[in-house]
Design a protein around this ligand. Structure first.
Ligand SMILES: Cc1cc2nc3c(=O)[nH]c(=O)nc-3n(C[C@H](O)[C@H](O)[C@H](O)COP(=O)(O)O)c2cc1C
Length: 165
């Protein structure tokens, strides 16, 4: 719901036909194998994109394995990053990556379970490695109570307006 809302807010007439929608749950990518490197469809799609909107629910403290399988297809040495004498260098800069985070509990800074948060931290590190600073919209505490859910979703939907502006 959040990623769809972000997409709606950002979409402009110029985007026209140039939109690719990937439902990684309905149409999952196989886990990475050496053979899988031969298929560059996902990498090519990523390299061609200016703006990428991702929905990232927390599953057992981390990202869903389907999303990990997608990231494994785009983190390619020589294409999206490289190692230099000064360390790793991201090669995919200049893209806008917006990530909608959803989680049942609370993991923000200052909460007792903040240390268990591996979705935002992972995605920030992973995209930074490719030279991209991702932007996040967060809805948390969704499973705590209907009131928390409503309040958190309304706040996140408000954030999507700010992003589009
Ligand atoms: C398999 C599974 C594991 C989950 N693990 C966690 C978790 O570790 N921490 C958490 O706060 N919420 C967890 N949740 C709740 C989801 O993060 C939350 O429902 C989120 O809104 C899921 O997005 P979705 O409704 O689009 O799938 C889990 C949900 C599922 C289905």
């Amino acid at each position: 719901m959040l990623s769809a809302k972000i997409f709606e807010q950002l979409k402009t007439a110029q985007w026209g036909e140039q939109i690719v929608y990937r439902d990684l749950a309905a149409d999952p990518l196989p886990h990475l194998t050496l053979d899988a490197f031969a298929d560059t469809t996902v990498l090519d799609e990523f390299l061609a994109a200016d703006t990428i909107v991702i929905g990232a629910p927390m599953y057992n403290f981390g990202i869903p394995s389907q999303l990990k399988a997608w990231f494994d297809r785009i983190a390619i040495a020589g294409k999206t990053f490289r190692y230099t004498e000064k360390g790793p260098e991201g090669l995919a800069g200049g893209k806008r990556v917006i990530i909608a985070l959803a989680r049942g509990g609370f993991y923000s800074k200052g909460t007792p379970t903040a240390e268990f948060e591996f979705v935002e931290r992972y995605l920030k590190a992973a995209f930074n490695f490719l030279g991209i600073e991702p932007e996040f919209v967060l809805a948390e505490g969704l499973a705590i109570s209907p009131e928390h859910r409503e309040q958190s979703l309304q706040q996140a939907l408000g954030e999507t307006l700010r992003l589009a502006a």
